[in-house]
Unconditional design. Sequence first.
Length: 276
Amino acid sequence: MIQLGGNNVQADSLLKEQQWTEAQVETIEKMAASNEVFSYPDQTALQFELTLRQYIVQAAKALNASGVSFATFKKSRCNEKYWNLTDFGGFRIRDGVFPSDGIQDIYRNGRLYAFECATAMVIVYYRAVLAAIKLPDFNRLFANMLLYDWHYDQDLGLSSRTGTVMLPGDVVYFKNPDYHPDTPQWQGENAIVLSNGQYYGHGIGITDASRMIRVLNSLRKPDAARSAYLTDTVARPGFAYLQQFKRNTLSFDAFANRRTGVDRLAGWIGSRYYEV
């Protein structure tokens, strides 16, 4: 159920108002069909969330296409022009480097980076938020950025819950209870919900739930008896909190490629990703 200013709103009325992306249409339809109440003070708040969710989907696809590699914390690597590699396999933004530039570099020079799946989820969220809020606010809110596992700045506002509907832009978790002890990194896979039944999991790629489970099952111990499965845990950023920093103009079909105050556009044409 969707509520605007305390009043119920039907999906059809929202869908007629403007052109939405596939992920946004799916989000509206799932929200409206759910018994859960998605309440917003006004349409501006709903529109900001839908836009940021679209940016998350695009940022996930772009990271998948960027050339970054999967690695355990011990074997993590980064571009040390922008990041200091910590002893525990995290990336700490260098002094004098804008966090926005550090995040952008991961997408531009992906082959210089390797990290595990939880770090990938946080990177995707930072990249999407970078597109959605004012650049000075991003660099102020996320100063001293550290990319490591599920470590994130409190201003990202990530929250986790169970039993809620899974929407495009959410992070979900595929658990692999009988993982091989030699490869504990495959005890599960964090994944971004895309649309049309697709997920992005770093190290596995973009695929549907059944293949995600098959891949994890192939990485179990020899006497495994339990299949991997999609849990009901969902993580989301703090949409309502981040809205106060939103850019004046938000595009629905592309997310800005932003570097030290200069906005550029990035998007998908067919299966290829472009920046202009």
